[in-house]
Design a protein around this ligand. Structure first.
Ligand code: DX5
Ligand code: ZN
Length: 214
């Protein structure tokens, strides 16, 4: 299992050092949660912050856009150094145009599903995607409880990709830790985001290694 620590749980006053700490602890990707206070009821950071912290690791930057109009900002996040950009299928931008814009910038595109959105919502775009992110909490905040009832969605998306001969990674995000990751692995999740479970661990390197073993 690949593990992407969510920087939402880091000490933002030393974000660069926190990224270095996660790099040394063995993180596979860095997960960066961008919130606009409109699509979700919380605010975090944008492209200027990501650009500043980019130099603290060579690991992939997995940028999760929880914003209403992602299309307007794709060039900014590309210039800031994103490697993967995921955005919500429930957003207000044109989905196909946003995927194309991400691809045009040489970045891997992914679509995200909120808990209330069915798997079928991403089916029309699967052949253009590198990744689908299934939210296992309502987006907006770290530290919430894992929703196991989202896992059938993972299986549905995997089955549809297999049926169509597509290779699309499945990522899960929210409430994932030692107690819940086995279920994600069993459902076929390829990449797990973990905020609280990694940042609150006494030994993040050990926590990441334990999660990667699934
Ligand atoms: C929630 C974010 C998640 C969150 C995960 O909106 O997308 O990435 O930080 O945090 P934990 O692992 O604490 O649920
Ligand atoms: Zn996220």
């Amino acid at each position: 299992m690949k593990i992407a620590p969510s920087l939402l749980s880091c000490d933002f006053s030393v974000m660069g050092a926190e990224i270095e700490r996660m790099d040394k602890a063995g993180a596979d990707w860095m997960h960066l949660d961008v919130m606009d206070g409109h699509f979700v009821p919380n605010l975090t950071f944008g492209a200027p912050v990501i650009k500043r912290v980019r130099r603290y690791t060579a690991k992939p930057f997995d940028v999760h856009l929880m914003i209403s109009e992602p299309l307007r900002y794709i060039d900014d996040f590309a210039a800031a150094g994103a490697d993967i950009i995921t955005f919500h299928v429930e957003c207000d931008s044109d989905i196909g145009a946003t995927i194309d814009k991400i691809r045009d910038n040489g970045i891997l595109p992914g679509l995200v599903l909120k808990p209330g959105t069915p798997a079928e919502a991403v089916f029309p775009y699967l052949d253009k995607l590198a990744l689908v992110l299934v939210m296992t909490v309502e987006p907006g905040f770290g530290g919430q409880s894992f929703m196991a009832d989202m896992l059938p969605k993972v299986r549905q998306i995997k089955a549809e990709c297999a049926r169509r001969g597509l290779t699309v990674l499945i990522e899960a995000d929210g409430g994932i830790g030692e107690a819940t990751i086995a279920q994600c692995a069993a459902a076929g999740v390829d990449v797990c985001v973990a905020g609280t479970a990694v940042f609150q661990a006494d030994d993040p390197a050990q926590a990441i290694a334990q999660l990667q073993a699934y």
